[in-house]
Design a protein around this ligand. Structure first.
Ligand code: SF4
Length: 242
């Protein structure tokens, strides 16, 4: 299997993506929560990431803005709110039964463990285990939080990152979360992982779409192994085998 790493370093790819894609913080719910409320309430960022599960940032931003205006974004606010009211307020994010329960459970456990300051003070590996023990918090949710709030050396893998890592040949087709996360962290380096995560989302939205990737216009077309296949198929010839 050919890999993009044979043609360019993670640093070079990062620079190219940074030059061509200019992610706007207003398009990412975790960044919206961090900018608006993260200073006072690190829990707000976790709540925003829970809201973003299996839905678009657009929907989760709508739900987050309603949450902060109508209930509040501290763990105490969430725990105090009646469950049905919480579900109603976060409705734009979808899956309201699961998400409301995850928010309640996260709030309760964090308060019991000492309050939201533990999100900033607990050693990050221990915090990762703690977050993963909360029903409704999976590896991606925990890693997005740890990358953004703690600058921990992890790489959060969403559907865009997984698809792109496979197309780049950094992992095989059947690779799971851990393998993809490790490969992307090694490729980009821990110092770039948080921004690289966001750049991969922007790349996936703009060029490297699940269907009909726009390889002709992509800033990585000359170094990406998958582009060879796509462009060859468009010309009607067989792609070269790796
Ligand atoms: S060249 Fe094509 S497959 Fe490669 S990253 Fe760009 S859009 Fe994705």
């Amino acid at each position: 299997m050919k890999s993009i790493a044979e043609k360019a370093s993670g640093e070079e790819v990062y620079k190219r993506l940074s030059r061509s894609l200019k992610p706007d913080w207003r398009d990412y719910v975790a960044l919206v929560a961090e900018r608006l409320d993260g200073d006072k309430h690190p829990f707000a960022v976790l709540a925003a990431i829970i809201l973003s599960q299996n839905t678009s940032d657009k929907n989760s931003i709508r739900a987050y803005m309603r949450l902060r205006e109508e209930i509040g974004v501290s763990p105490e606010d969430i725990l105090r709110a009646p469950l049905e009211r919480l579900k109603e307020v976060i409705r734009p994010a979808g899956l309201v039964n699961n998400k409301a329960m995850a928010l309640k459970e996260a709030a309760r456990r964090i308060i019991e463990a000492g309050g939201e300051k533990i999100l900033l003070e607990m050693p990050w590996r221990q915090l990762r285990e703690f977050l993963l023990s909360i029903p409704g918090v999976g590896e991606k949710t925990a890693d997005v939080f740890l990358q953004l709030v703690r600058r921990a050396p992890v790489f959060a893998v969403d559907t865009h990152a997984a698809r792109i890592a496979k197309r780049w040949g950094l992992v095989h087709e059947k690779a799971g979360y851990k393998e993809i996360s490790k490969a992307l962290l090694e490729f980009f380096g821990p110092e770039r992982s948080e921004e690289a995560h966001r750049l991969l989302i922007a790349l996936g939205r703009t060029y490297c779409r699940a269907r009909n990737p726009r390889c002709e216009e992509c800033p990585l077309r000359d170094i990406c192994p998958y582009a060879e296949k796509v462009l060859a198929a468009k010309k009607g010839s067989s792609p070269s085998r790796s």
